[in-house]
Design a protein around this ligand. Sequence first.
Ligand SMILES: C[S@@+](CC[C@H](N)C(=O)[O-])C[C@H]1O[C@@H](n2cnc3c(N)ncnc32)[C@H](O)[C@@H]1O
Length: 331
Amino acid sequence: MPPKTPAKPLPHQTIAQGDCLKTMAAWPEDSADLIFADPPYNIGFKYDHYDDNREHDDYVNWTNNWIDACARLLKPSGSLYILIGDEYAAETRMHLRKLEKEKQLVFRNWIIWHYTFGQNCKLKFNRSHAHLFYCVGSATAKIKAHEKITKNPPFTFNREAIAVPSARQTTYNDARANPKGKLPDDTWYLRPQETDVNYLHPECDTWYQSRLAGTFKERQGWHPCQLPEALLERIIHVSSNPGDLVFDPFAGSGTTLAAAAKLKRDWLGCELSKDYAKRATQRIKHVAETGQTMKVDCADKGIQRGKPKKKAEPHRSKKDAEGKLLWSGKG
Ligand SMILES: C[S@@+](CC[C@H](N)C(=O)[O-])C[C@H]1O[C@@H](n2cnc3c(N)ncnc32)[C@H](O)[C@@H]1O
């Protein structure tokens, strides 16, 4: 376990440039309300500084170390989300089990984010998912009776901020339906580019959000694996409140922190690359000042783009759904 004694006070609204392990060790324990980690997956991605080709055991040990450091930094009432690829999902889950046995965390969900625009493979099926592990802090680990957790959870879970219409509401017109909708399933399917509705809008009972392809305006174009803000918005909505501290140990292009700034949370990140840290900070400041996602045109990214020939996949129009829904929750 990393040392328990802090050396430095925790900064806010900044990205600490450098190795997250060293940086986190210097910060006080029990500090972050929400931690989202999207580490390099050890699959040979091209980052500007980090070499994404470690030996297997080295990568697993490193992963265990930064997860321990996150568990230490997390408030007992906090939430931790880890996004990871197939290659190391099993090892990562095993380490979370160990921390659960030690009553440092409680594992809540193994979520699958199913995306489009994954990498095309030649002799196997194209990858279209990542694993998202959702855990909560040690306060939950100390509670023995399950019903106590359900009635009075010792962590933030803003159900209504992310509820979606249930099939009872949208399809069956069932009087027993909860008018506030239902919680999303643990497979997240997000694709806004094929619809004009936001993922929290009543029309969808699934999330529509693909990975960010190079031509998408949200894609900044200078980081190899920028996540969509919508993915982070759901996590931040459900597991934190305005003013809470959201921390990302692998800030990258700054997606987590941009979404946190947009939703009026405090934000803090670490990033090894000086260049990424600088550009991510510009992106987050733009969001904080304007309330808008920073958009970049294809031409500015050096991409030439023709007009799409036809709509790629079926489209749910707003009009159709508006006519049918019985939604009365947050929208
Ligand atoms: C998968 S990317 C994160 C992408 C981010 N979620 C986004 O949406 O842009 C992982 C990032 O971790 C950074 N990184 C690698 N090792 C690190 C370390 N020891 N400490 C801090 N950052 C590190 C890499 O430079 C890279 O930008």
